[in-house]
Design a protein around this ligand. Structure first.
Ligand code: IPD
Length: 273
């Protein structure tokens, strides 16, 4: 199994790097976009081209593998996770950033087998940050091994979270309540505009935890394995086990911090993927 994962990963990495050039060509922003689930949920032709490049390249090499891609699902494909090797793709995570020319967007590619993430690649080609992990082999930034921070208490934690792409009043209220909670109890708040890069920062030890309500499997599949291989944890924001299709995530440098945060968080339960 480990040898097979190595092979899948190496093939995927080359395809991701090639697809990254499509993003790099537009570092100053991309003015033409369409809206999807809301008026702040964007898609560009680059999202579609990157997803096409990844799926066609991977399916040529691994014809039996399955795919869950953000733009394919937006186009009507099913979002069904089986035990088969499945590539979970966010072609441009941080599309809002990409549109505005805020240099914080990435390709996020996770591979699940038996519904568990076993390899992940998060690649921001604009600032050349390549986060990678394979099951049991550690997590890396541009080839250098990375580890989560030592922070175990909320009062010492730098946290990131996102307002997301929904303007549902209940969701907006939850975002505001959590802002208040963190500004009263934590070190500080960051919001990077990319769930995958938020998770990569936890893996790097730059931040200590990240949570979000309303994300999708493609935003967090790669981040899940990268955080865990860096020594961190991924759980449900209410404290239970992580469920990749639940549209809820909390990752942290330690289980102590994750559980303390889970107790404090205002909760929101979106419809599942
Ligand atoms: C979005 C980003 C954003 C997060 C949203 C995601 P997209 O992904 O990760 O930071 O708040 O929940 O949908 O749409 O840019 O691929």
């Amino acid at each position: 199994m480990a040898d097979a994962i190595d092979e899948y990963f190496e093939v995927a990495l080359e395809i991701v790097k090639t697809a990254g050039n499509l993003i790099k060509e537009h570092v100053d922003g991309f003015a033409s976009f369409d809206m999807k689930a809301s008026d702040i949920d964007f898609v560009t032709e680059i999202d579609q081209k990157v997803e096409h490049t990844l799926i066609s390249g991977l399916s040529k090499r691994f014809p039996d593998h399955k795919f869950i891609g953000e733009e394919s699902v937006a186009g009507g494909a099913n979002c069904i996770l089986t035990d088969e090797p499945t590539w979970i793709i966010d072609p441009v995570d941080g599309t809002m950033n990409f549109v505005h020319g805020f240099p914080h967007s990435c390709i996020s590619l996770g591979l699940t087998i038996n519904k568990e993430a076993v390899a992940g690649i998060i690649y921001n080609p604009i600032v050349n940050q390549l986060f990678t992990a394979k099951k049991g082999k550690g997590a890396f930034l541009n080839g250098r091994q990375i580890h989560v921070s030592q922070v175990k208490e909320l009062r010492n934690a730098l946290l990131s979270y996102e307002a997301g792409t929904s303007r549902d009043p209940e969701k907006v209220q939850c975002v505001l309540d959590n802002f208040k909670m963190i500004t009263s109890k934590g070190h500080g708040i960051r919001s990077l505009g990319s769930a995958a890069l938020d998770m990569a920062m936890v893996a790097l030890g730059g931040s200590d935890a990240y949570f979000e309500f309303g994300i999708h499997a493609w935003d967090i599949a790669a981040g899940d394995i990268i955080v865990r291989e860096a020594g961190g944890v991924c759980i449900d924001p209410a404290g239970g086990p992580f469920d990749i299709l639940s549209r809820r995530v909390l990752c942290a440098s330690s289980m102590e911090l994750a559980q303390e945060l889970a107790k404090e968080l205002h909760q929101y339960y979106p419809e599942r993927d």
